[in-house]
Design a protein around this ligand. Sequence first.
Ligand code: ADP
Length: 391
Amino acid sequence: MTKRFRSLAIIVFVIVCALVSSLSAVTVLVGIPMPWAAVVIVCTVILGAGALYLFTAALMREEKEYHGADYAAMIDSITGGVLVLDGNSRIYTVSEDARHYLDLPENAIGMSKADAIHDGELLRCIDRAAHGESNLTEFTSHGVTLRVLVDPVIFNRQIVGTMLLLLDMGEQLTLQKLKREFTANVSHELKTPLTSISGYAEMIATGLASEKDVPEFAARIQKESKRLLALISDIIRLSSLDEGSEAEREPVDMAEVADECRDVLLKSAEDRGVDLELDTESFTVEGSRSLLSELVYNLMDNAIRYTERGGSVFVTVRDRLVSVKDTGIGIPEEHQPHIFERFYRVDKSRSKQTGGTGLGLAIVKHIAEKYHAEIELQSKVGVGTEITVRF
Ligand code: ADP
């Protein structure tokens, strides 16, 4: 019983008592004959008791409705939902979300466990809970993976039912899966160059490599080490982007950024016989200079690496967009939706041969998202590729 309810009931009781005593006093003072006075007092007591009864009943009803609504709202607000089975394994309470995930009808209350739940593992957990054992399991429904806690409901040291708490962990479980895949990929990517570095170094150290092979082996060791370093710095870049660590923000002139990237990449373009042209007009983006530079660098570096000798790369910076277009090998349509994924490569050997890490476009995507920029890809095999970033 709530405090509010108790105090109101006491007030009404006191008023009725006061009324009865005043009436008794008045009858004595006015000198009404005793039998009539008794009738008036009895009537007043009956009326007072009736009023008190109606009043308390109304309050109790209101309180019940209030708490009912409260519990229903509480249960419905649990993301993933709740289902309670009574001692006869029939549904006692079910929240909206639980009804949705377990595909239960509107009038599920009273349904038997066997009719309501069809997942074998969930049924086994319920049986174990009915014998006092707490269980934790996973359940996938409507494309969402839920973690389900199945517990006995205990009252007065007796098991009176079972409760299923369905927790929507979809996003977290997907993230965990992505993390596991990423770790497996990283280990694999690190192992490959390290194996060849250690193989060549061993041949030199044990004298197995002839003197004329040594410069070539040393060059391979150097190339693989460079790739390893590039890979490690890309991994570090990605994990700091994942952590969301806020890099310093400043107004960055994107035309300046593109010019700086051209200066760094000009030698590589010349070595590969690729023409590199820029057409820029200043516009600024509020952000980290090094991240924005990384974005433009990765796009230009890819365009150069995936373009055959004699081809061209055009970089346009204006109207809040950066576009990098090449006349390179192009990307087959079926691969296009995946190239921004971590470690996804269309041609693994070409990527490795040209010093690719498989992380360049994943970094580009991450940085673009950070600055709410949109990426657009247009590509045709044998014709070329254009990637546009709109800020
Ligand atoms: P990588 O280090 O392998 O280049 P990226 O993440 O930068 O990794 O790119 C992913 C894949 O997308 C590349 O392996 C390549 O197959 C393809 N790709 C990216 N840019 C281009 C481009 N300009 N032309 C053709 N293919 C490209």
